[in-house]
Design a binder for this molecule. Sequence first.
Ligand SMILES: [Zn+2]
Length: 205
Amino acid sequence: MLQEKYFPDISIPIEFHVRPIRQGKGPHFNKFDFETRCKIIDDVYDIVNNCGFPNLIPFATVMDISAVKNSDQVCRDCFEDVCQNFNLYLYDQYKQGFPNKGLLVIDRGRERQYRQHFGELKKSEAVKEYLGNIVDIPYFAACKETRLLQVADFISNAVFRYYEWDVTDNFDKISSLFFQGSYLYPVKRLNHITRDESCQCCACN
Ligand SMILES: [Zn+2]
């Protein structure tokens, strides 16, 4: 276990988030030098990648500035897109004989914002159809209490660095996770919303 490797004396779960680790912030990670902190981050991405399909199946949607109207619209449209792709994935699995349903678990720190977005999605007749395989309500959890939300933070940060700064070190370690699995339908687990039709990113190609 990664925590045991770097914090052998601490038995309660420590929260792993990529930015505080990289910047050496907080009471746990500020005692390590930059090289060691980068190694911790590398180790997390190795663990994520080693999970492989179908144990860990990431979804991410990125919006290019060419499609942005305002910050609220970016968040809502990307959330809607992830929900649609997650639902399409579940539908595809159903058609392949794996009738599983999905559940949304969201960072409690963003609860108000996502409750509003989800409420708007549920009101839309067109979008309702996209949510057919996502059951119940979204659940909000504290990041520090669930490793899965911490994994989501690492994945989204790798995607962010790839698209925003063209830095691929972390993304290269996990990018294959987005493309593993075979589908009957065109499931886009990594989606790039852009008006640039000549985009050469790995999601558009
Ligand atoms: Zn693209």
